[in-house]
Design a protein around this ligand. Structure first.
Ligand code: GDP
Length: 380
């Protein structure tokens, strides 16, 4: 029986999140490190690298002895604030990763603030302590001041600190006696010690809450969430308690767990774990999945309403057809429908003309990411 920990990671771009997760994956020995690193570079969203922020919340899962640590990425922009909040509700702590020279950056404040408000007690990882210009003591003080400014309580202010070099694969609790030939055990042990293990009874009736959506080309919408209690099995009948209070019966047509950076098909999963489920027709974040004979409804998580609206239309200029390969309204509609399967705060409405759609999103960034994704796919 595995013993779970669920944490989110908050980091400013370039402070070493990818390197740290890769280092943990390598040292945990669950997968061939080289393959993982290659996959990772290919998998990560191009626009995330270019824009320097996380757009999608991805889950990485690391097996460490009998423990399994699920690490969820947090989107780094206020346009994705609803997503941030939903992701943070799925975890029991956060790792705040900070560059030992630069210190905490204003861009991480938004997510950190949400984590503190939700009562999570972060673990602070001071990374890149191998840098000759690193100033770990100063940076810890800056983090403390930031926590205080954000209204952290005494417990949160008393955060554990781990000093690390993700690049060289070592970590320790005391900056003066760091073993530069060592490993990342001190970080993992800190997570195991400070993050509460989910108190979940695998034999209780199923209770799971959905936090985010993802999309699979063959299976359509996948609902990702945390199992709070009980066991979920492939093929099982479940009840889905909808946002409007209605209940629908669904079948778990496929179940995925996370292993390293991959989603892998599994037969069953137990309380405490984070899984992706196919077959929950039209499921939305915040909804509860439970046993049909034991209906429970978990407190809803708010979904942010759109704030910006624009029209997506067929190119009717003299240059139409020169820039892309998907140009018809049918193609645009099919693409937007697919996006609606997982882009939670997006709305699409038909207009009076057949070749225009009214698309609403959380902000300029939210919409521009979609527009740029579609452009790169060949939509004009
Ligand atoms: P991310 O944007 O947070 O995912 O950052 P990356 O993991 O891509 O790292 C950004 C840069 O910092 C890369 O060039 C890494 O090699 C470097 N880096 C990451 N961790 C360390 C570290 O512990 N020490 C040093 N010196 N460089 C690091």
């Amino acid at each position: 029986m595995q013993d779970f920990r669920n944490i989110a990671i908050i980091a400013h771009v370039d402070h070493g999140k990818t390197t740290l997760v890769d280092g943990l994956l390598k040292q945990s020995g669950t997968i061939a490190a080289h393959k993982e690193l290659q996959d990772r570079a290919m998998d990560s969203n191009d626009q995330e690298r270019e824009r320097g922020i996380t757009i999608l919340s991805k889950c990485t899962s690391i097996a460490w002895g009998t423990h399994r640590i699920n690490i969820v990425d947090t989107p780094g922009h206020a346009d994705f604030g609803g997503e941030v909040e939903r992701v943070l509700k799925m975890v029991d702590s956060v790792l705040l990763l900070v560059d030992a020279f630069e210190g905490p950056m204003p861009q991480t404040k938004f997510v950190l603030n949400k984590a503190l408000q939700l009562g999570l007690r972060p673990i602070v990882v001071i990374n890149k302590v191998d840098r000759p210009d690193s100033r770990p003591d100063v940076v810890v003080d800056l983090v403390f001041d930031l926590f205080a400014n954000l209204g952290a309580d005494d417990h949160q202010l008393d955060f554990p600190v781990v000093y690390a070099s993700a690049k060289h694969g070592y970590a320790g609790l005391d900056i003066d006696t760091l073993d530069t030939e060592g490993n990342l055990d001190a970080l993992v042990e800190t997570v195991l010690r400070h993050v509460p293990a989910p108190a979940a009874d695998a034999s209780a009736p199923l209770r799971m809450q959905l936090a985010t959506l993802s999309y699979n080309e063959y299976l359509g919408r996948l609902a990702v969430g945390r199992i709070y209690e009980g066991t979920i099995r492939q093929g099982q009948e479940v009840a889905l308690v909808r946002r409007d209070g209605t209940i629908s019966k669904c079948k778990v047509s496929k179940l995925f767990g996370f292993d390293g950076l991959e989603q892998v098909g599994i037969e069953e999963a137990v309380g405490g774990d984070i899984v992706a489920v196919a077959g929950l027709q039209g499921a939305l974040p915040g909804e509860t999945v439970c046993h049909p004979d034991h209906i429970v409804s978990m407190p809803l998580i708010e979904i942010d309403e759109p704030t910006v609206t624009m029209r997506f239309m067929v190119n009717n200029s003299p240059f139409a057809g020169q820039d892309g390969k998907y140009v018809t309204s049918r193609q645009i509609k099919a693409r937007l429908d697919r996006e609606l399967e997982h882009n939670v705060s997006l709305r699409v409405e038909l207009t009076q003309t057949a070749d225009a759609f009214q698309v609403s999103g959380r902000g300029e960034l939210h919409l521009s990411v979609l527009i740029e994704t579609m452009r790169r796919e060949g939509y004009e």
